[in-house]
Design a protein. Sequence first.
Length: 203
Amino acid sequence: MGAFKEIRNFSMIICLIIMTGFNAFADEISADLLSKSLELHQTYESDSKTIAIIDLRKPSTEKRLWVVDVDAQTVVLNTLVAHGRNSGGNYATSFSNTDGSHQTSLGMYKVLGLHMSPKHGRSLLLEGLDQGLNHRARAREIIMHGAWYVSDAFIKAHGRLGRSFGCPSVPKDEIEPMIRLLPKGSLLYIYHAQLDEISTNLP
């Protein structure tokens, strides 16, 4: 069992981040989001050694998806990721768990394994773990897939990434690394500043 499995409170996580070198990439991943993600990695008791983190406070033009190897204490992948087309333009500002909304759902997801999408090919099937926030992910067919509109070339032409129907879409040449780094049971955390407010107001 990894060292992080033994940590049981928030303050110890913060100390461990500072002591072990997570601060080396704190300029890229905010300290608050990193510590929260590590805390949730324990809470959801994932057997995977990696967690994917998406920070939707950042614009789509920035690399706002990180895959963190918790045991090795390193970022193993940092890349672009699209949000849902009805969540906003360059910035995501609206979120929904409703089928047909074409918006991104926030919260924690579990990777269910490799999925063969008729449209997108090899992808990762996702299950929403947060009731009211993203629990309709499977009904909405939310997957992590590669997309042509997630690229530096698209940003150069349009000033932002293209947008999905709600899926966290990544560059086409990054989906295979994602599949390798996020095996079945891995976690994906999609965060925005609205998350706490939305969670508080759930029925």
